[in-house]
Design a protein around this ligand. Structure first.
Ligand SMILES: Nc1ncnc2c1ncn2[C@@H]1O[C@H](COP(=O)(O)OP(=O)(O)OP(=O)(O)O)[C@@H](O)[C@H]1O
Length: 783
């Protein structure tokens, strides 16, 4: 037997030994779980048997309470043990399939020989709980595996740096208890293993990359000290993967203090939320909170406005070129999402300190009881050095006092008497008893009647004033909509907040459009963040002090306003911001190319920036094609994975296009590909494509309301395919008619980079001029 065979045999034997130990632990834990379950059922069933219930006097009641408490404590302790055992069992059941994926032999400086360290998704101790059979991939020592090739190496522990030497580094593929492959690896973690992982079929859910995390990704995952981590990375470079692994890492590293609900991930849309939702549970961790900026905006403004959805804005930008007012709207989007407009709102807020905030009057039964003018005067009578939100709080206090005065005056009004007559007997009895209790009845029955009436009237008025008090506490007397609208309706204001040379082009038209929308109670997607920003400037920032980590994926699509809002919303959180400027598909992001706006919110020494240039998703020929579509694309490095060259097929008309696409999908399916996406530019085009293709094939359409990706053949608009991937991508119509603007380049690039194994472009007539930047030898051409 060769040395290699002997080695492999030894490794297989170790796998078997570890699996036997896992099975032993599973069996023993299962017995334990059964026992504890029986205890819990027993305690629940006989809960009251051991409790003596007696409420006759205070002492008995206290004893009853103590015995219930004691029983409840026993129950909750058993439940806790059960939960813990159940979680451990789940982990062991995962480990038994594939107990570990890597090994390093590390010799500490002070030791004579090296110890093997095996890495898996969780730690496993031997029977006597003395030795680690498997180390959790997040343990300090495990970082050696990701950071070093054989040779000198060190790692950080809470008590300092440990130095030594790695004498062997190995990777395993173990499935269902069988050692399938074994590789000794060098500098990067196993190209072989990566080849195997990346060569697989796409899934409707994202997978964890724990066994093949690369060194530069590991630095992002394990960053602990920066307040702001910025990750700028090419399409398919593992930004989302690194973010999710980082969450798993943080949950492990701070397991005593950090809970999953203290981490929030902002995703581009709800579809993406479902796509990434299984990664953490697969690693044995609970999921973080997932949300979108739109969810937050709906929560804050949904009851005031009809909010435009970002996808609706996107569809408008891509389809409404011929509608009147299109150019003005586009310019409006550009301005309202710019750093310049944020400064304008800041300047406007400064002016509002002295004058200009608009208020709503407080009305009761169609009568103004505190006029807007009085509210305004009171507000501006306060010291202007006090911040606006603090003055608003004082104003609310004053208004509550005013309401109290009004309440008293109201008691003698005829409407109160009318309501008194309609009251039922129970209300009178209740007031009678209340007065008796207070000992306020005297001999004089005439007076008694008056007092009863007085108290009842006060109660009636108080009840009617309750919503008013509530609205004052919620600061509804501030008319933020009118104050925001004023910025667009008062032409003198624009002169104050924008200098002449800075005055945006088409400003007058933008103002007309904005005012029209606001008057219809509609808030466009581009107006939502500045509106929220102004609202916070007037009311004070709402803060969430529970969340400790905020992750923003696809961050290139966020405007400076959004970053500023999120930073203030989560003042105690560290931020991880991930994005790719080449995929900045929203109209507002066309001009930007860096994360300056978010970086400016933190001190430079609190910020660390990482750049990922290697693209793992697509085959080498696909990356070589897609990277030529964008500026600076030569910096994107493909991972060496072979595959077919992308193809471009020109068809004379839509019938021929349908035929070609149908044939291609059938061919791809016959070759075993599952996730095949026909990517259209817009939802409108997706609809048309679906109508043409659905009679020929089993193909589904993913619309803006879809909540989960499915495998199989599907049609999807480009902007919904963001962040996800497919085995094969067919670009529905890459013609010059569909993609001809420079502003569409990023959308086109985003669509093409969704392909893992195959990319095919189709065009009805002349192909898009965007393709001229790609060398002719990078794709096959069919006509
Ligand atoms: N270290 C790795 N090991 C194995 N697979 C990896 C690794 N890094 C990335 N991948 C794979 O590459 C693909 C792209 O990863 P991911 O979606 O995280 O990239 P991204 O940078 O967020 O992409 P995009 O910006 O295009 O949405 C995924 O299939 C992911 O599993």
């Amino acid at each position: 037997m060769s040395e290699a065979d002997q080695d492999r045999l030894k490794e297989q034997q170790r796998v078997e030994q570890v699996i036997a130990e896992i099975n032993r632990q599973i069996a023993s834990l299962q017995d334990h779980v059964t026992e504890v379950s029986a205890d819990i059922v027993g305690i629940r069933k006989h809960f009251w048997d051991d409790v003596t219930v007696n409420f006759e006097d205070a002492t008995e009641a206290a004893e009853t309470y103590a015995s219930i408490k004691q029983q409840a404590e026993v129950l909750s302790e058993r439940e806790r043990v059960h939960r813990h055992a159940h979680n451990k069992l789940r982990t062991l059941n995962r480990l038994v399939q594939s107990p570990y994926f890597g090994r390093i032999d590390f010799r500490e400086e002070t030791e004579a020989s090296a110890d093997p360290i095996y890495l898996g998704i969780a730690s496993l101790l031997d029977e006597r709980e003395e030795q680690f059979l498997v180390y959790d991939w997040r343990a300090p020592i495990s970082s050696l595996y990701y950071d070093y090739s054989p040779g000198p190496a060190d790692y950080e522990t809470p008590s300092g740096t440990v130095s030594g030497e790695i004498t062997c580094k190995r990777q395993y593929v173990i499935r269902d208890g069988q050692l399938l492959h074994l590789f000794d690896t060098g500098v990067t973690i196993g190209d072989e293993l990566l080849q195997e992982v990346l060569g697989k079929q796409a899934d409707s859910q994202m997978k964890s990359i724990v066994a093949t995390i690369q060194r530069d990704q590991n630095r992002i995952i394990r960053n602990e000290y920066s307040r702001l981590v910025i990750v700028s990375g090419a399409a398919g470079s593992g930004k989302t993967s690194a973010a999710l692994q980082r969450i798993a890492y943080l949950l492990y590293r701070y397991r005593k203090t950090l809970r999953a609900e203290q981490i929030v991930l902002f995703s581009p849309n709800s579809l993406f939320n479902s796509y990434v939702s299984t990664v953490l549970p697969e690693l044995g961790e609970e999921n973080m909170q997932q949300t979108t900026f739109q969810d937050y905006a709906e929560h804050r403004l949904g009851s005031t406005f009809q909010l435009e959805h970002p996808l609706a804005q996107m569809e408008y930008v891509l389809t409404a070129m011929k509608e009147p007012g299109y150019a003005e709207r586009l310019e409006g989007i550009r301005i309202k999402t710019s750093p310049r407009f944020m400064r304008a709102i800041d300047d406007y807020a400064s002016l509002l300190k002295e004058d200009g905030i608009l208020f709503r009057p407080i009305t009761f039964r169609d009568r103004v009881i505190v006029s807007a003018k009085r509210i305004r005067n009171h507000f501006y009578s306060m010291e202007s050095s006090i911040s606006i939100p603090n003055r608003m709080a004082l104003l609310a206090k004053w208004l509550l006092g005013e309401l109290k005065k009004q309440e008293r005056l109201e008691c003698s009004k005829p409407w109160v008497e009318d309501e008194l007559e309609l009251l039922d007997k129970d209300a009178f009895v209740a007031v009678y008893q209340e007065l008796r209790k207070k000992n306020q009845f005297r001999e004089d029955t005439f007076n008694d009647f008056d007092r009863e009436q007085e108290l009842l009237s006060a109660k009636i008025v108080k009840k009617h004033f309750r919503p008013l008090r509530e609205s004052v506490r919620e600061l509804q007397f501030i008319d933020t909509t009118a104050t925001y609208r004023q910025l667009f309706s008062d032409s003198a204001l624009a002169t104050t907040v924008f200098s002449v040379e800075e005055r945006p082009e088409l400003w007058a038209e933008i103002c007309t459009q904005t005012v029209e929308r606001l008057d219809k109670n509609e808030l466009t997607y581009e107006d939502t963040p500045p509106f929220l920003y102004l609202q916070e400037k007037l009311e004070g920032f709402q803060t969430n002090n529970i969340v400790r980590h905020v992750f923003i994926d696809e961050a290139q699509d966020y405007s400076p306003f959004q970053f500023a809002l999120l930073q203030r919303l989560f003042p105690r959180a560290k931020m991880t911001v991930l994005g790719d400027w080449n995929q900045a598909i929203y109209a507002h992001a066309y001009d930007s190319s860096s994360f300056e706006s978010v970086a400016s919110l933190y001190e430079p020494e609190q910020t660390e920036t990482f750049v990922l240039t290697k693209s793992y998703r697509s085959t080498e020929p696909i990356v070589e094609f897609t990277r030529q579509l964008v500026k600076d694309g030569e910096r994107i490095e493909p991972f060496r994975r072979a595959g077919r060259k992308p193809s471009v097929t020109i068809t004379p008309n839509h019938e021929a296009l349908t035929e070609k696409i149908t044939a291609q999908i059938q061919k791809l399916q016959a070759e075993g590909h599952q996730a095949i996406a026909v990517i259209t530019k817009t939802a409108e085009e997706a609809q048309a494509a679906h109508e043409r293709l659905r009679d020929k094939l089993d193909i589904r359409m993913i619309g803006t309301r879809a909540i989960a990706y499915e495998t199989g053949a599907l049609i999807i608009p480009s902007y919904l395919a963001k962040g996800v991937e497919f085995d094969a991508v067919l670009i529905y119509n890459a013609s010059s008619e569909r993609y001809h603007l420079e502003s569409e380049r990023k959308l086109f690039y985003t669509a093409c980079t969704r392909a893992m194994h195959e990319l095919h472009l189709y065009s009805v007539g002349e192909v898009s001029p965007l393709l001229t930047s790609v060398s002719r030898d990078r794709y096959e051409w069919f006509q």
